[in-house]
Design a protein around this ligand. Structure first.
Ligand SMILES: O=C(O)CCC(=O)C(=O)O
Length: 374
């Protein structure tokens, strides 16, 4: 019988915004899961292994089973109630000596989920200590409301945008979340938390599952979620199926589509968006070219000329006739036609590239996304 939380643990979660350590799975099972993770990582950077960063449970059945495992969901439901969905999952891994760190941030700022009955179960597959970069929490900060954040996009920051709170954090109040393999911590979506680099010889590997109560909604668009426990009596999310086998084609395709939909919500307002990096400078150029043409047209229209090509504002009617220059209205029509063609060409090119990259399952896995999605 999996353990639930004691009343004291529930009270601590409500007061501090987190509770730790919570027994979840056995140390042996955590070790076996870590071995599977290590085996995949040893394959190097492939389209398949890139999925470890976001919603890997949609392509690896043994992770899907962990997301649904009562050993994890029982304590979570002591806080969120009997009906749980998993909105996301992600590995946060720091190999020995890894410079990767996580700046102080609140998850709630980026996820667009309301109400905030949302928590993360962070399951340790390895020991997690101060020296190897364990998570750190600022107790009670979940009650501070939404703090301003800025995007840093710093190289070693494990977060997608390198996001950090834009206010000074009193680090003297930070608490280290020390875990043994198989233990987990539960943290509130609004708590300020982060972690430092791994300066030890011991890898730090954690699997984070984002659970939501089933009445929680995604603001800004419909996305997908996994029914982890109980029933989904609200239907705010499209259900996510269990993959048949590691990296089978259906799982990969479903995940790529689910992430594309989630990105549309997660990157709203980001300084860098998937399009910038996936398309490189070209898409920008294609967009800029018709825009520039449009601007020139508008300018020459203002001058009463209607053409961006051969302004002949100053030429007399007879000179224009001699030069065989069409009437302003005809020029204006031609100018509008060129603009429309340009815009259509730009849109078609961008759409083709987007569908090419999503059908190959690489959506969101370019350099910007070499990081966890959260
Ligand atoms: O694993 C870490 O260091 C940070 C994880 C994190 O920010 C999260 O799970 O919300």
């Amino acid at each position: 019988m999996p353990g639930t939380l004691t009343q004291d643990q529930i009270d601590r979660y409500r007061q501090d915004g987190y509770v730790t350590p919570v027994s979840a799975i056995s140390a042996e099972r955590a070790g076996a899961l870590k071995s599977r993770y290590d085996a995949l990582r040893a394959l190097g950077e492939t389209e398949a292994t890139a999925t470890l960063r976001s919603k890997p449970h949609l392509v690896l059945p043994w992770l899907y089973d962990l997301v649904l495992d009562p050993a994890v969901t029982e304590p979570v439901s002591a806080i969120l109630g009997p009906n749980l969905l998993a909105w996301g999952s992600s590995f946060f891994a720091k190999p020995a000596g890894d410079p990767g760190y996580v700046t102080w941030h609140q998850d709630a700022n980026y996820w667009g989920l309301e109400p905030h009955e949302v928590l993360t179960a962070w399951i340790a597959f390895s020991p997690s200590r101060r020296e190897n970069g364990c998570m750190r929490m600022i107790p009670g900060s979940q009650d501070a409301g939404a703090l301003d954040h800025r995007d840093t996009f710093a190289k070693d920051n494990l977060l997608t945008r390198g996001q950090e709170v834009a206010v000074k954090v009193d680090e003297a109040r930070a608490v280290d979340i020390i875990l043994e393999p198989g233990e987990m911590s539960l943290h509130h979506v609004g708590i300020v938390h982060g972690s430092e680099a791994n300066i030890s010889a011991i890898p730090r590997i954690g699997f984070a599952i984002r659970y939501i109560a089933s009445h929680v909604r995604q603001i800004g668009g419909r996305t997908t979620a996994t029914l982890a426990r109980g029933v989904d009596e609200h239907g705010h999310f499209d259900p996510e199926p269990r993959p048949g086998a590691d990296y089978d084609a259906d799982g990969l395709a479903f995940r790529a589509n689910a992430l594309a939909r989630q990105h549309a919500v997660l990157y709203a307002g980001a300084e860098k968006r998937p399009g910038h990096l996936r398309f490189g400078g070209n898409a920008e150029l294609w967009i800029r070219r018709p825009r520039a043409r449009l601007k020139r047209c508008m300018k020459s229209r203002r001058r009463g000329n209607g053409s961006h090509r051969a302004p002949s504002q100053s030429a007399s009617r007879s000179t224009r006739r001699r030069r065989n220059v069409p009437h302003n209205a005809a020029r204006r029509r031609r100018c509008d036609f060129y603009c429309i063609v340009d815009i259509l060409v730009a849109t078609t090119r961008c759409t083709t590239m987007a569908s090419r990259s999503s059908s190959s399952g690489t959506l969101g896995e370019t350099s910007f996304f070499q990081k966890s999605l959260w």
